[in-house]
Every structure is written in C-alpha cells, then in structure tokens.
Design a protein around this ligand. Structure first.
Ligand code: ASP
Ligand code: MG
Length: 449
C-alpha cells in the first residue's frame, strides 16, 4: 500500500479534484489511501466566519457554501452527495449561530469549526471517485483510529493511534475500497474534535503510512520536490533526487517547500520513505526523503541563504582561561529577549548572529562594560545542507569558490545537526555566493567555466 496526500490547492476546485483522481487512478494497483486537506483556502474562510460570528454576531457561510455546492454541480455528483454536504453545512451554520449568540469561542469550538473543511472535501472527492468508477469511502479521521490529546488547535496523536489506524484502514484496502481520509483532524478520548495544527494534513498522511507500514507516503505539492536552490535566484536549480530525514528537516527551517519537520516524525520512527511530488507535473519523479543515502551520492543536497542578519562580535581578553564569560554574554541576550541564531567562539571572542529585526542596542550597551562589541548589520547567512561527514571537502570547495569571486567569509559554523554548514557574508554578496556555490557543486564540469 501507499498513502497519497493532496493539499488544499490540489483539491481547490472541480477541475483540480478530477485531476488528482486521475493521478490516484494511475496508482490504484499500489492500493492507495487518500488523505486530503480542505478545498483551497477553506480553513482560512472558516476561521474568518468564526471571527465574524464572535465579534459582530454575523452568521455568514455564503462563500464556503457556494463554492462547495458549485463544485458538486460541476462534478455532476448524485443527489445523495449533495444531501451529505448540505447537512454538514447546516451543522456548521448552527454552530456559528451558537457562537454569535454567546459571543465566545473556546479553542475546542474553534477546532470543531475548522474540522468542517476536511469533512466536506473528503465527501466530495469520494463521491467523485465513485461516480468515476473507483470504489471509494469518505472517512473521518476519528473513525480511522486518530486519537489525540485535548490540546486543541495543536493536538498530539496518542500512542494508541499506532495500533488503531491499521486496524481500521487495512480491512478497507482488503475489500478493494479506496479510503479517502480527512487530514488535519482527530478526536480526543472524550470524543471532542481536535486539530493537529495548521498544515497538519501532512502529519495525518505520514502517520497512516508509518502505522500501516506503507511502502511510501506521497505528499503532493505544486513544486517538483525539494530544489537544490531557490529557482528565482539560481535558474539552473534542479530537484534533489533524495535527502535524509535530517536534511529535509534542516531545509524546512530554511523555508524550502517541504514537509514540516513534525510531519516526518512517524516515518522516521519506522523508516518509511516519504516522496514529495508535483501534482502539476506528474512526470517528475519528485524528491525521496529516506533514512540514509548511499555513500557515493554527491556531498551537497541544497544551498540556501537568508538576508537581514546582524553579526555581533564580542572580544575580551578577560575571557582567556576564565569560566562564566559565555554564560554572562548569553544571559545578557536573554535579559533583553534577543534570540541568537548562529554562534562561533575562540579563546578571546564570541561571534554570533541575530535576526536584523531585533533591537540590539540594550545588549550592546550592557556588554560594552565587559567586552569590545562590534555590530555589523546587512549580513547574510549562506547555508549548505549536505553530508557533514564530508565537511572538509565541502568547506574546501566553498572557501575556494568564495576566494575565486573575491568574497570574504566573516564567520563559519557547522550545525550540530550534522547536516548543515553555514557561513556569514556581506548581504550584498550573498546571491553571487549562492550562484557560484551552486555552479561548483551541481553543474557538470564542462559548464563550470
Ligand atoms: N486545512 C488545514 C490548513 O489549511 C490543514 C492542511 O492543509 O494541512 O492548515
Ligand atoms: Mg490548507
């Protein structure tokens, strides 16, 4: 079996729904389980409708209602599907009337309210599958074994889900039925609806894949997987064939279009491969996220960067052979609520970076009493994500490249995650550095001249 997850934009309207059903049909022999998000921006619209009821006493689901009913019409779904959808919309309207009367919305009510998005989308998609001759069943996650704690709006799945999910899913597959399961939602042991946090459908999918020991969890997005660099900066950026779970997590922190690190947890536990695929370009093989890569693979997976970084250099001879100096420095940052990103130290100095949006003046004033403090704004962090076991090779090539284009490196740090090497350069030079590094690490030899 496999799990195929499609996000909101992939099920945004009738045409997109038909398209993903074509994709599912092409893999029916693999026994797929389908996991879906709410259609388009429905989750946001539900939250807006909730606010309108809470703040202005307005009950308006016109937009949500119209879009879902329109989709049913365009897909020419039978009356039975229409009745199911209308009943859910009616329940939603009653809930919002309640909110408008008592003018109160607890996190529990909020989760109940946003759950309608996924409950609507799976019913429409399953009805469409059946109309097109694929035997499918719309399933609410709580009927498929998703039990969470009661931490509404960002609930955690409970351990019992690991056993319950395969118990519910596998019999359906054996009967030749395609389960179409709501992403994002669950119920707590008391029976209240919960949500797993925004973007939580990825986690629903990886959880089913891991718990059922699927061959693969496919997460369908609107990009060709993880790219070697931002294509707006590096025109020759290309999809990465495979990355490790750790590398993918690192890339997610740097804003790559991948899974949230939390969503990878279940698959890390069982070693289940995750594949990021593009629903707009089904021919592309996408990026596989797996436990380990073979030794011969290239040392670097991707190159990213972040601008608007401030570099703080703290120099003091008092530090030599002393203890407590670093503690003093960091407690000063803590007192002023300034969060530190990268750190590098020597015997007599500490260099660190902070986000440029933070106010450093208080820290500077206080630290100046015990050390020389130099603040450089307008810097950038360039990060190379790859196999840090080969850090000597990566660093040698990276420094050589910087030297060739005449860019001084201001600070270096190797992430404890063992998958990232970051260094600081002048913000104005960052794009050049990323392009030159990409050329060196990813282009065939004849293109490098
Ligand atoms: N529909 C939810 C959201 O928009 C969950 C998801 O899409 O993953 O956050
Ligand atoms: Mg969404």
């Amino acid at each position: 079996m496999i799990v195929m997850k499609f996000g909101g934009s992939s099920v945004a309207d009738a045409q997109r729904i038909r398209h993903i059903i074509d994709i599912v049909r092409s893999q029916l022999d693999q026994k797929p389980v389908l996991v879906l998000s709410a259609m388009g921006d429905t989750t946001d619209h539900l939250l807006e409708a909730g606010n309108a009821a809470l703040e202005r006493g307005e009950v308006s689901i016109g937009h949500i209602e119209q879009h879902h009913l329109d989709t049913i019409k365009k897909l020419k779904l039978p009356n039975e599907a229409r009745r199911e959808i209308t009943a859910l919309l009616e329940e939603l309207r009653r809930l919002l009337s309640g909110v408008s009367l008592i003018r109160e919305m607890t996190p529990r009510t909020k989760d109940y309210m946003v759950s309608f998005g996924e409950r609507l989308s799976v019913r429409i998609a399953a009805a469409c599958c059946n109309a097109l001759g694929i035997k499918a069943l719309a399933c609410d996650a709580w009927d498929m074994g998703f039990v969470s704690d009661s931490n509404f709006t960002s609930a955690e799945l409970l351990a019992q889900s690991w056993e319950l999910i395969p118990q519910k899913i596998m019999p359906l597959l054996r009967k030749g039925v395609l389960p179409v399961v709501t992403g994002f939602i669950a119920k707590d042991p008391g029976g209240s609806i919960t949500t797993l946090g925004r973007g939580g459908s990825d986690l629903s999918a990886t959880m089913i894949a891991a718990a059922c020991r699927a061959e693969e969890a496919q997460v369908w997005k609107d990009v060709d997987g993880i790219l070697t660099a931002d294509p707006r900066i590096v025109t020759k950026a290309k999809p990465v064939e495979a990355v490790t779970y750790e590398e993918a997590a690192e890339l997610a922190y740097f804003g790559a279009q991948v899974l949230h690190p939390r969503a990878m947890q279940p698959c890390i536990r069982t070693g289940t491969p995750v594949r990021v695929k593009n629903s707009y370009n089904t021919a592309a093989s996408g990026t596989r996220i797996i436990a380990a890569l073979d030794k011969k693979s290239v040392p670097v997976r991707a190159i990213t960067f972040r601008r608007d970084v401030t570099l703080v250099d703290i120099v003091s001879t008092r530090m030599l052979g002393q203890y407590g100096f670093l503690a003093e420095v960091f407690s000063c940052f803590a007192r002023h609520c300034v969060s530190v990103d990268m750190v590098a130290t020597s015997e007599v100095s500490v260099s660190l970076t902070i986000d440029a949006a933070q106010d450093i003046s208080g820290v500077k004033k206080e630290l100046s009493r015990i050390a020389g403090v130099d603040v450089k704004t307008g810097m950038a962090i360039v990060t190379i994500v790859g196999n840090v076991k080969r850090s000597s090779e990566i660093l040698a090539r990276a420094f050589k490249t910087c030297q060739l284009i005449g860019v001084p490196v201001q600070m270096v740090s190797q992430g404890a995650s063992k998958v990232n090497i970051s260094f600081i350069v002048n913000g104005a030079e960052a794009v050049d550095v990323v392009r030159a590094l990409h050329l060196d690490f990813f282009s065939p030899l004849h293109e490098r001249r």
